[in-house]
Design a protein around this ligand. Structure first.
Ligand SMILES: Nc1ncnc2c1ncn2[C@@H]1O[C@H](COP(=O)(O)OP(=O)(O)OP(=O)(O)O)[C@@H](O)[C@H]1O
Length: 322
């Protein structure tokens, strides 16, 4: 799906919110022909200079949840069912629209509910008895992994291990079989409550951790005695941090350092993969270490850069796009 690139990059600019000034700080322009769209950001130090970033999959303020799903996400469902691991990330500063894009609302469902629906639709098309779906859900907070499908009060930090063939995995992570969308919704809403309980206990907001929801499909051919497993990881990344706004609170500074380090390593990994580099720095953060198999090999990735409009986000937008 991504041509020469292992990880496709898409961008989505959210609309201006009611309390925000309409200063048209960040713009999207389209070429007349079929070429890429351009995200245009004035240099904060010299507004006569405009940085232009070409992005093939570009969604402007008026784009709908279904646009991004139909164009960039739905084609990946078949890829998952062919036994491949797919990972979709939402990346961007706080309030740029990551959660809206991934989760959405009841009226405007985002990537997660649409993926779940499409996974069940595809299951119904295939031989039902031989196809099983399971869900797991975890978060990475300050470079440690926590299971969101267990009670947060007692949840231990989960260790990251490597198996005999060098595959990295999170040990003891709960995986629950799901037979219907309703079952998924019940498990997911309970897990989301765990996440907010954890947030209160640890004095943090949920956007200060990375949340990874995984749907795994196992297709068993009993005659041939073989099974095939495909996976889709849906990752709502922590908001990238502007250190100037973080203040001197030691807890916040430690969170901020962990978030920025893991996001910067993710950026380096995506860049190295897309350049075909021989050394990929997966080991430099837990996020990329866990996703090592999901990012490399035959896996497929989609990184959605969420952008907030307005002049005050210019520097953050430049950091995201660079
Ligand atoms: N495409 C969109 N259309 C309409 N409203 C949007 C859109 N994207 C984001 N919003 C609104 O903008 C606000 C911020 O969005 P959201 O909470 O998704 O940001 P976020 O990047 O997940 O923030 P955080 O990092 O703090 O979790 C919310 O009120 C959301 O409803």
């Amino acid at each position: 799906m991504a041509g020469a690139h292992k990880i496709k990059i898409a961008a989505r600019l959210r609309p201006r919110l009611d309390h925000e000034i309409d200063d048209q700080g960040i713009q999207i322009t389209h070429d007349q022909d079929e070429g890429p769209s351009w995200i245009c950001v004035p240099n904060p130090r010299d507004v006569t200079q405009i940085f232009r970033f070409p992005i093939t999959s570009c969604y402007d303020q008026d784009s709908a949840q279904e646009d991004i799903f139909e164009q960039d996400v739905r084609p990946l469902i078949d890829v998952v069912y062919s036994g491949v691991t797919v990972t979709i990330f939402a990346y961007g500063v706080t309030s740029s629209g990551k959660t809206h894009t991934m989760q959405g609302t009841k009226a405007c469902p985002g990537v997660i509910p649409r993926v779940v629906e499409a996974m069940f639709e595809q299951k119904a098309v295939l031989q039902k008895s031989n196809v099983e779906l399971a869900v797991s859900y975890m978060e990475i907070y300050k470079d440690e992994c926590y299971d969101l499908l267990v009670d947060r009060e007692t949840a231990p930090k989960l260790p990251v291990r490597e198996n005999d063939v060098g595959q990295v995995f999170v040990a003891n992570l709960t995986s629950i079989p799901i037979a219907s969308i309703e079952e998924f919704v019940a498990i997911y809403s309970q897990a989301s409550k765990h996440r907010s309980v954890g947030a209160t206990n640890l004095n943090r907001a949920s956007s200060r951790s990375h949340a990874m929801l995984t749907l795994e499909v196992t297709m068993t051919d009993s005659l041939a005695q073989r099974s095939l497993t495909g996976k889709i990881n849906l990752v709502d990344l922590a908001g990238s941090e502007n250190n100037k706004l973080t203040g001197n609170d030691p807890t916040r500074m430690a969170e901020s350092a962990a978030i920025n380090k893991s996001l910067s390593v993710l950026g380096q990994v995506v860049h190295a993969l897309n350049q075909g580099a021989s050394r990929i720095p997966y080991r430099n953060s837990k996020l990329t270490r866990i996703l090592q198999d999901a990012l490399g090999g035959n896996s497929v990735g989609l990184l959605i850069c969420n952008l907030a409009p307005g002049t005050k986000f210019r520097q953050d937008t430049l950091n995201t796009l660079k």
